[in-house]
Design a protein around this ligand. Structure first.
Ligand SMILES: C[S@@+](CC[C@H](N)C(=O)[O-])C[C@H]1O[C@@H](n2cnc3c(N)ncnc32)[C@H](O)[C@@H]1O
Length: 358
């Protein structure tokens, strides 16, 4: 996990984080105004400081308030968490009332939850990187296996309409529509038929885990255009086309979820291997190396720079922490039992809003 553990979650630290958020996020004016209110309110700061060490961040209380708005649509601040809310007035007085009225419920959520992301629009880069992994085997069916799959949204790419620049693939009238700007070379989105879809996660969220799905939704900033709507459509998609989700560690449980077969095993990860301690990461490739004698294997990754061992950008003397400054897309491939040279394919926006392949 990227090391966000601070020792000091003092009220001063929490307040400073609120001030920073409010000044840096003018693109979400309702959220910025709420957080500006939190910064000046000792009760809100006290509530935030009930979070686990390192987690006293305004986004956590915003998610708890968004969650409250979904559970209690008649509560005083609920209307400020609608995607259509606009800051015609100051949202803080309503939010302040909600914090007073539902203090114990909010406190329980803040103390026990951390913010989580399973971003559907990342399907833009997942589709592009899987297509690149399959470029030399365009007609071989694939088993798609995601490490750190969360709810499994990214395993449903074949059911989404995905557009990167002027290239688009997927069902024309799909409910889930994902889009990215193409800032680099031409991107292929055609992928072979998917024979199996498996997601491995330490804490997977199934399509009927109502509370956990609501929490995932609560972590989305409603003012970001289209994100909540895309999330809701993707949840419907999970119910129609549920991938197999397996609970387990992505290193220890990996050999057990790879079924025998001769189709192309395409393993992918998106913002997940970075949560694995650095010394355990090479074990993933070791498992893939073992199975590669029997079938073609690819491993595509969208992770922070310096995260994936063996990629050309990784220096041996690398610092302990990943550089959380971007999303690098990498490809490792095994063909006829041997690994061929790993490639850095390029960079992408962390939520899939743009792709820049070399
Ligand atoms: C930030 S989420 C990313 C989810 C999804 N891949 C995406 O890009 O939207 C990271 C996921 O990795 C999972 N995870 C973290 N460490 C793990 C481990 N050692 N083994 C399996 N899953 C893990 C978490 O439970 C979480 O669901």
């Amino acid at each position: 996990m990227p090391d966000v553990r601070d020792t000091a979650d003092s009220p001063e630290v929490a307040r400073q984080r609120c001030l920073d958020f409010a000044s840096m996020h003018s693109e979400v004016p309702v959220y910025a105004a709420i957080v500006a209110g939190m910064a000046d309110d000792p009760d809100a700061i006290d509530l935030l400081c009930r979070a686990a060490p390192g987690q006293a961040r305004p986004v956590l209380l915003l998610a708890a308030l968004h969650d409250l708005a979904m559970r209690r649509p008649d509560s005083p601040a609920a209307h400020w968490f609608s995607p259509t809310a606009r800051p015609a007035q100051d949202p803080w007085p309503d939010v302040r009332r909600a914090i007073t009225e539902f203090h114990d419920e909010l406190s329980q959520v803040v103390a026990t939850r951390t913010t989580q992301t399973n971003e559907v629009n990342r399907s833009t880069y997942v589709r592009a990187m899987v297509a690149r992994a399959c470029a030399d085997l365009p007609d071989t069916p694939i088993t798609l296996l995601e490490l750190g799959a969360s709810a499994g949204f990214l395993l449903n790419i074949e059911h989404y309409r995905v557009a990167v620049g002027d290239v688009a693939f997927g069902p024309l009238h799909a409910r889930v529509r994902c889009e990215a700007e193409n800032l680099g070379s031409a991107v292929e989105l055609r992928i072979p038929p998917i024979a199996r879809r498996i997601g491995l996660d330490a804490d997977p969220i199934g399509p009927d885990d109502i509370d956990d799905l609501r929490w995932l939704r609560a972590c989305i900033w409603p003012e970001m255009p289209g994100r909540v709507e895309r999330f809701d459509a993707a949840v419907e998609g999970l119910r129609d086309h549920p991938p197999t989700l397996v609970r387990g560690d992505m290193v220890d449980a990996l050999p057990g979820v790879i079924e025998r077969g001769d189709d192309h095993l395409v393993v992918f990860s998106s913002w997940a291997v970075t949560y694995l301690p650095r010394e355990r990461r090479p074990l993933i490739a070791r498992t893939l190396d073992d199975v590669a004698s029997a079938r073609p294997v690819s491993w595509v990754t969208a992770e922070p720079p310096g995260c994936i061992p063996g990629l050309p950008d990784v220096r041996d003397d690398h610092a302990d922490a990943d550089r959380l400054t971007g999303t690098h897309v990498g490809l490792r491939r095994w063909r006829d039992g041997a690994e061929i040279a790993p490639e850095l394919l390029g960079t992408v926006h962390p939520h899939g809003n743009s792709i820049n392949f070399r």
